[in-house]
Design a protein around this ligand. Structure first.
Ligand SMILES: [Zn+2]
Length: 217
């Protein structure tokens, strides 16, 4: 799943616990991806390009089921006992887990049960069907917005970023050559997407509060 719709998942968590701050929830849903970017920079994880497509060959530390559970549990402990905030701790942990669960649906079979597993066993592979991938993510993003009862501006953010993702989903063959030559490029593009979608979702999700206040006053 692409950055905008992982970010939209934070809206689901924010709605349920409406007094929770959005920023940590946006971090929670992308924590696993931030680790992936970091581990790619460090050379601990890697991707490859073959048959004209990107394959996330090796991501056992950031994206395994066990890593997700451990990261969620650690985050829960830190927020629950460190910051005395049980509700945020639960929502943050769910946010962390949501990433691995959602990726399991979209990724190729590249997700392992644990970093110690010999081979990856999980991944439904929707990514191999770009148009289907686009439609499912688009509908999901809009659903999150609808559930959150966001502003029109937030809806546009979700629509525009989803449309921007479409050429990336369809990219194949020679378009991917730069990513082959510069292994830092793909994690950097993904990091940029995470940061920019955080910014826009945060900014326009909070706009909703501003509108409501104006309406009340
Ligand atoms: Zn991911």
């Amino acid at each position: 799943m692409y950055a905008i719709n992982h970010a939209a998942t934070a809206l689901l968590l924010r709605k349920k616990e409406s007094k929770l701050p959005l920023l940590p929830l946006l971090v929670s849903v992308q924590l696993v991806e931030i680790l992936w970017v970091l581990f790619n920079y460090l050379g601990w994880e890697h991707f490859s390009i073959s048959d004209g497509r990107v394959h996330l060959d090796y991501l056992p530390y950031s994206h395994s089921i066990l890593s997700g559970v451990v990261a969620a549990a650690l985050a829960f402990c830190v927020i629950n006992w460190g910051y005395n905030n049980r509700k945020l701790a639960v929502a943050f942990a769910i946010g962390v887990l949501s990433h691995v669960v959602i990726d399991m649906v979209f990724h190729e079979k590249d997700i392992r049960l644990s970093p110690f597993s010999a081979t990856p066993v999980l991944g439904f592979g929707i990514i191999d069907y770009p148009v289907l991938n686009f439609i499912i993510e688009f509908v999901y993003g809009i659903f999150c917005w609808w559930y959150f009862k966001g502003s029109k501006a937030l809806l546009w953010v979700i629509i525009v970023f989803n449309i921007i993702d479409l050429p990336i989903m369809l990219a194949h063959g020679a378009t991917l050559t730069p990513f082959m030559h510069y292994p830092f490029l793909l994690p950097s593009v993904i990091l940029f997407q995470i940061l920019i979608t955080w910014y826009f979702v945060y900014r326009y999700a909070n706009l909703k509060g501003a509108h409501r206040q104006t309406a009340i006053s």
